[in-house]
Design a protein around this ligand. Structure first.
Ligand code: NAD
Ligand code: UDP
Length: 393
């Protein structure tokens, strides 16, 4: 492998990365990228490893003589960071820690608020402390949800200022964090993430912790979450990409929560991973920064997303779209008491552009086409078998 250069033209030394939550959606793509394109070593920490098995297990003997080109550069450590004393040792052995571990599905925020707060705040505390005490760099995954609602959402519906970007674009160093009342437990996640961000920032200011905070804006792609009843609980409610994929695979209408009026910007996981790799390999440009990572050009309402996914799925599966592709459902019925929503999420890209020169590339249609091709190839047969199976009496 040729020596890699950072953005300032300096050679990048191979490093050891302790990646906590490496078995999840983002972790699996980041591990793939690090194995395929860099010389770095990953200590992959998680309670599950299904999504990175293809990197851990040897390939068949006819492929590369039964060895991956990255053999010996990835190790899986099955541990729960809540209660495992091995964590500090792994952080000490590494040059950099990346913390992805979290409960991060909205269906949990109002129904399991304690688990959500513990997972996103309390369980992250030892990670921050070990990094700070041992002088190790930390890249911590927060969320765009720390911004909460836009300022514009509080203006009257017909107020022209709602169209003014000053009232909705979300900027790391200027926008306020606006959450709903405590009884709207949806905000338990955003609030826990905000407090861990503030703690990390304070560790940087008072104790010199070298940190980078990432705020992902709806990263989507293959291996996101699970398909209920196939590789996850039948009653489970994943994030919107997996909910809509599940509906499409089963030939059911897509459920639009409260009419699907909320707006989101979706970025392709592979574009977003490029940004994370730039942060990993350019500490001088990334340390002390909070980065929005999203695609402001891919904005849709949830209803538009449902319509586009229906069209794309018909194309990639060869199956005709449903006559009634969507149905409306109240948030109370879908998520239960205490749900609330972010109205609109447009990331300001100034800081990541200036520091890392990163820009997202993939348009929404293209990323949905590759993702739904994967969903169809991975799940369509299993769904057919599950539907055909008689229900046990
Ligand atoms: P994910 O649920 O797929 O991955 C999280 C991983 O952490 C899982 O594999 C889980 O098993 C692991 N984990 C959780 N608790 C753990 C514990 N106590 N010990 C060990 N492992 C544990 O989620 P993701 O989409 O990959 O998200 C990763 C991070 O990015 C999270 O912090 C999330 O809040 C943040 N984020 C993601 C998005 C997105 O668009 N995907 C958006 C906003 C924020
Ligand atoms: N949503 C929906 N139908 C579903 C799942 C989600 O209408 O089957 C909506 C949800 O209410 C929210 C948006 O889709 O407005 C995005 O939800 P997601 O779970 O992906 O996470 P969020 O972006 O809110 O963090």
């Amino acid at each position: 492998m040729a020596t890699r250069l950072d953005l300032d033209g300096n050679p990048i030394k191979p490093m050891t990365i302790c990646m906590i939550g490496a078995g999840g959606f983002i972790g699996s793509h980041l591990c793939e990228k690090l194995m395929a394109e860099t010389p770095h070593t990953v200590l992959a920490v998680d309670v599950y490893n299904d999504k990175i098995k293809h990197l851990l297990e040897p390939p068949p003997p006819e492929q590369h003589g039964g060895r991956h080109p990255w053999d010996g550069r990835i190790q899986f450590h099955r541990l729960n960071i809540k209660n495992d004393s091995r964590l500090e040792g792994l952080i000490k052995m590494s040059d950099l820690t990346i913390n992805l571990a979290a409960i991060c599905t909205p269906a949990d925020y109002n129904t399991r608020p304690l688990d959500t707060i513990y997972s996103n705040f309390i369980d992250a505390l030892p990670v921050v402390k070990y990094c700070s005490e041992n002088g190790k760099r930390l890249i911590h995954f927060s969320t765009c949800e720390v911004y909460g609602k836009t300022i514009g959402s509080f203006l009257p519906k017909d107020n022209p200022l709602r169209q003014d970007p000053n009232f909705y674009v979300l900027k790391e160093d200027a926008s306020p964090c606006i959450f709903g009342p405590i009884e709207k437990q949806r905000w338990s996640y955003a609030c826990a993430k905000q407090l861990i961000e503030r703690l990390i920032y304070a560790e940087g200011a008072e104790n010199g912790l070298e940190f980078t905070i990432v705020r992902p804006f709806n990263w989507i792609g293959p291996r996101m979450d699970f398909i209920p009843g196939i590789d996850g609980p039948s009653e489970g409610v994943p994030r919107v990409l997996a909910c809509f994929s599940n509906n499409l695979l089963r030939g059911e209408p897509l459920k639009l929560v409260d009419g699907g009026q909320s707006q989101r910007t979706f970025v392709y996981i592979k574009d977003a991973i490029e940004a994370v790799l730039l942060m990993i390999e350019n500490p001088n440009r990334a340390n002390g920064q909070i980065f929005n990572v999203g695609n402001p050009n891919n904005e849709v309402t949830v209803r538009q997303l449902a319509e586009m996914m229906t069209e794309v799925y018909a194309k990639v599966s060869g199956e005709p779209p449903l006559v009634q592709p969507t149905i409306d459902i109240s948030s109370k019925e879908f998520y239960g008491e205490g749900y609330d929503d972010s109205d609109k999420r447009i990331p300001d890209m100034t800081i990541i552009n200036k520091q890392l020169g990163w820009n997202p590339k993939t348009p929404l249609w293209d990323l949905l086409e590759s993702t739904l091709t994967y969903q169809h190839r991975t799940y369509a047969e299993a769904i057919k078998r599950a539907i055909a199976k008689p229900v046990a009496s």
